[in-house]
Write a protein that binds this ligand. Structure first.
Ligand code: SAH
Length: 273
């Protein structure tokens, strides 16, 4: 067995099984996908550390335990069609692809799209399709989705995602009013207009940037300048309150039953950004 394979098996035992994640399909998926292939060359030796790693464009590949927690919560089955918002390196999409029929993944940075597509092709992963674009608009052409997973945090779950979710489908997304602090929310569509959500724990993801989330950093700075630049970490220019919806109502974060977050020790410990 190669060093990376051994490191991966150790990572799953310590970081994932060790945190209480039990879903055997998720564990098998995490044991099989080579995370080292999705991190930049100079960081390969750190591929199985218990942390997110930079992948360029100020973005990160998520911490392994976070990927496992989100996929366990998404409850994927082999016939599921998944929308993955925030392809980044393509790692989470690759893991999801071993659990589902097809993963449509969308990323706003063209450079990351190119690198992710290239690596997925090299690994012969043919059931992931990567799109360049703003995932806050969803992806109408392949809806409805059995699951929508987001690796970036926004002020609320975009309405269009709810509409693109199949009945019985699950959304797993970091939601919070601050750019780098969220609750990991699981929302299930029980019926046409019946959505119920709960919180898996506190997390820190990179911001979801798009028409129905946070403004891009340059717009953010412009907004802050316009408003006199308070220098706080919120978004500037009055766009930050997201129409007052924020994590209101059910999204505020009743704990999920047998919260995976609690089990995984998400509270303040796991960080993606
Ligand atoms: N799942 C990724 C994690 C990437 S971090 C992995 O396993 O590597 C989150 C990603 O979301 C970043 O690459 C960021 O550019 C992207 N992102 C942020 N807002 C987005 C949006 N509105 N649409 C698509 N991608 C977005």
């Amino acid at each position: 067995m190669s060093d990376f394979n051994e490191a991966r098996q150790r990572m799953v035992e310590r970081q994932i099984v060790g945190r209480g994640i039990r879903d055997p399909r998720v564990l098998a998926a995490m044991r099989s996908v080579p995370r080292e292939a999705f991190v930049p060359d100079y960081l390969r030796d750190l591929a199985y550390e218990d942390r997110p790693l930079p992948i360029g464009n100020e973005q990160t590949i998520s911490q392994p335990a976070i990927v496992a927690t989100m996929l366990e919560a998404a409850d994927l089955s082999p016939t599921d069609v998944v929308l993955d918002v925030g392809t980044g390196s393509g790692y989470a999409a690759a893991v999801a692809a071993t659990l589902a029929a097809h993963v449509y993944s969308i990323e706003r940075h063209a450079e990351l799209v190119a690198v992710a597509r290239d690596m997925l092709a090299r690994l012969n992963i043919s059931n992931v399709t990567v799109y360049l674009g703003d995932g806050t608009a969803g992806l109408a052409e392949h809806a409805p989705y059995d699951a929508i997973i987001a690796a970036a945090g926004g002020p609320h779950i975009p309405d269009v995602w709810r509409r693109q979710l199949a009945i019985g489908g699950r959304i797993v997304m970091p939601v919070g009013r601050e750019l780098h602090y969220q609750k990991l929310i699981k929302l299930v569509r029980h019926g046409e207009d019946d959505y119920r959500s709960c919180s898996l724990g506190e997390v820190s993801f990179v911001p979801l940037v798009g028409a129905d989330a946070w403004p891009a950093p340059d717009e953010h700075r412009r907004g802050a300048d316009k408003s006199g630049g308070g220098g706080d970490s919120g978004v500037g220019g009055g766009s930050g309150e997201a129409g007052g919806r924020g994590v209101g109502g059910a999204e505020r974060g009743r704990s999920c039953p047998r919260s995976a977050g609690e089990v995984a020790g998400l509270h303040g410990l796991l960080a993606v950004a």
